[in-house]
Design a protein around this ligand. Structure first.
Ligand code: UGB
Length: 616
């Protein structure tokens, strides 16, 4: 024993640590003998930060020593992955928890008002012009997909990127995104005389919940046609959970040698990008834009060219994409905040904060629709376009740290204990909060039918969404793609498309349009689609049209049934005449029927491919 005590004292004095610090934590003190100097340093940091309780149930030295070393590995990771380390995390947590307990309004002193932004109308001259500029700029862009979320609200067992965005072609979200980026790259490079070799980079932010399955999805599909070097994965770490207002870290209920952790939110993307060094590499390569987007919006890339055109024309440092928002819809509201001292900013106010903010500032009805039938605040769809130069400048100052918040669920009104542990969180759209007033922050509003149809809610919750508000389910996400494609062919190509019929799938009433789908390379913009349609074309409501190829031209096509056209890249294909067959039929499926694969039953229908004409 004497030698153990001797070696402990020696270790501590070498580390310049006063041994008394550990006397009050006997189970830690006993275990110092098995710890390395680095681990003792971390232990000191925890004890000094008021976290002695973490060692309360530790076994004697010699018992469960591997687990104890594992504990410090986790602490080292948590410490390294947070700017300023765990000490800083705990300090911020105490401050934010105190504010929350005191009921402090994060928008104290600010008055909300409706900001003005660029409102686009699909297909008018302005829109077409922005699309052209956007395509030109695309080769100077990098894309960043935040995909670390598990999607608890959707309750799907796989990663959301692997879900089919629609089941006619069966393209999953990740493939849809990669196909779109590659199509943008080709279209943009074609505009350069003599061509260009730019490869648009794609970064995917993953988390422990999604990382391995994202790699597997990419590798088992040969990166969906991207060069593997073009895609980079950055994994976000979770953060420590907090048990009380003193920010005591929560012990994992499954192991006394682990700290419980939860996701920190999509705001991590900024610090990860900064520390990865990629921004500098992109800048040096001449890139000008970084576009952030989310995991399940099958319409997004229909809005990208015009939105990028707006950023470029207006020289916006920050451009957020928005759509008209229904009151109480679970998307944030873009809001102008004016402080009593004169400061103003245009920022997303998250959906759970908008109503209390409005009520506190003289709007007794809170978050309600105005005479247009929509909330006056445009809905944030969390697609941000940042100008790379100013973005790097800002992150050089902040290291990518984003203003955090905490959202504890208190047991009672004394606000002294929580129903379950909480943690600090941050959101990527809060990036503009630290920008100087000189920064050019704008937003672009587009029609919902064109730009936004996320898949977030499980069938049961979707069916409970108030009538008139969007379901945000796998059913509505897929139907929105058919509606958008039908409307685009109507508007850009003058195609006569039958009106939709109303159907109920999984308790959700939706419009069913003809199932029209195409690969992004066929039609990225209004003008390109217009160019590929001529004569008098018509498509009946029960029809399915699948276009898989670039130079496929529709001329005097009359479709009543299913037509699938496949073509190799350079082939020019003309498609016309009368096509009539039994087609593909939507058959209802109940989401509770576990004999049906999950990705099918969550949409409430499957496609019975009865008859089609397939042309290669
Ligand atoms: N995500 C991560 O990558 N890491 C995380 O830790 C968490 C999420 P949700 P929510 O436009 O649709 C956002 O859960 O709560 C990824 C905006 O905050 O779908 O619905 C995740 O994988 C809100 O303002 O976000 O709210 C996914 O890709 C509104 O705009 C993305 O982050 C809304 O989205 C979003 O995660 C919307």
């Amino acid at each position: 024993m004497a030698s153990v005590v001797g070696s402990t004292t020696e270790k501590l004095s070498k580390l310049d640590i006063n041994g008394e610090l550990f006397f009050s934590v006997p189970n830690l003190h006993k275990n110092l003998t098995i710890l390395s100097p680095d681990q003792i340093e971390l232990a000191r940091m925890l004890v000094e930060a008021g976290q002695s309780h973490l060692f309360q149930s530790w076994a004697e030295p010699g018992v469960e020593d591997e687990e104890k070393r594992g504990f410090f590995e986790q602490v080292a990771r948590l410490n390294a992955s947070y700017p300023g380390g765990l000490t800083s995390y705990i300090k911020t947590a105490r401050e934010l928890l105190a504010d929350s307990k005191a009921g402090k309004n994060p928008f104290d002193g600010f008055t909300p008002s409706v900001p003005t932004g660029e409102v686009l109308t699909y297909g008018d001259d302005n829109f077409i012009n922005f699309e052209e500029i956007g395509i030109r700029e695309a080769r100077n862009a990098a894309f960043v997909l935040v995909a670390g979320g598990l999607g608890e609200r959707l309750g799907y067992n796989g990663i959301k990127l692997a879900l089919p965005s629609e089941t006619t072609m069966g393209t999953c979200f990740l493939q849809n995104y990669i196909d779109s980026i590659l199509a943008l790259q080709d279209a943009s490079c074609r505009l350069v005389q003599g061509g260009c070799q730019n490869q648009i980079p794609l970064v995917i932010m993953t988390s422990d919940d999604t990382h391995a399955r994202t790699i597997e999805l990419l590798e088992s599909n040969a990166y969906f046609g991207m060069k593997s070097s073009q895609v980079k994965l950055l994994k976000q770490e979770k953060v420590a959970c907090l048990d009380d207002n003193d920010a005591r870290l929560a012990v994992d209920p499954k192991s006394k040698y682990r700290i419980q952790t939860k996701p920190h939110g999509h705001g991590d993307v900024h610090s990860l990008l900064y520390s990865s060094g990629l921004l500098k590499i992109w800048y040096d390569a001449g890139l000008r834009w970084v576009l952030f987007f989310q995991d399940t919006n099958g319409l997004l890339f229909k809005a990208i060219p015009a939105a990028l055109g707006v950023s470029s024309s207006k020289l916006y440092d920050v451009n957020s994409l928005a759509v008209p928002r229904k009151a109480k819809e679970a998307i944030g509201g873009i809001t102008k905040l004016t402080h009593a001292d004169g400061r103003t900013m245009v920022i997303n106010v998250e959906y759970n904060q908008l109503d209390p903010l409005l009520r506190a500032t003289g709007h007794p009805d809170g978050d309600v629709n105005c005479e247009t039938g929509y909330s006056p605040f445009p809905g944030n769809i969390n697609q941000l376009i940042l100008k790379l130069g100013p973005y790097i400048e800002e992150l050089t100052k902040t290291g990518g740290a984003i203003k955090e918040f905490v959202n504890p669920k208190y047991k009672d009104s004394s606000k002294t204990s929580f129903k379950s542990s909480t943690r600090l969180e941050c959101m990527m759209q809060d990036y503009p909060k630290t920008l100087p007033p000189s920064a050019r922050v704008g937003f672009t509003v587009m029609d919902t039918w064109l730009a936004y149809a996320p898949v977030k809610n499980n069938p049961e919750d979707a069916a409970k969404v108030p009538k008139g508000n969007p379901y945000h389910s796998a059913t509505s996400g897929e139907m929105a793609i058919y509606r958008a494609n039908s409307l685009i062919l109507r508007k850009a190509g003058g195609v006569q498309i039958d009106d939709p019929v109303q159907e109920v799938f999984n308790g959700q009433e939706v419009e069913v349009w003809p199932r029209i789908t195409w690969k992004p390379t066929w039609g990225l913009t209004f003008s390109e689609i217009k160019r590929k349609i001529s004569g008098s074309c018509s498509i009946s409501q029960r029809s399915t049209l699948v276009i898989k190829g670039c130079n496929i031209f529709l001329e005097d096509l009359s479709l009543d049934g299913t037509l699938v056209v496949n073509s190799v890249e350079d082939a020019e294909v003309k498609v016309g005449g009368v096509v009539q067959n039994k087609g593909w039929i939507l058959e209802k499926v109940d989401y509770k029927d576990t004999t049906v694969p999950e990705e099918v039953r969550i949409r409430g229908f499957r496609i019975n491919k009865v008859e089609q004409l397939e042309k290669n």
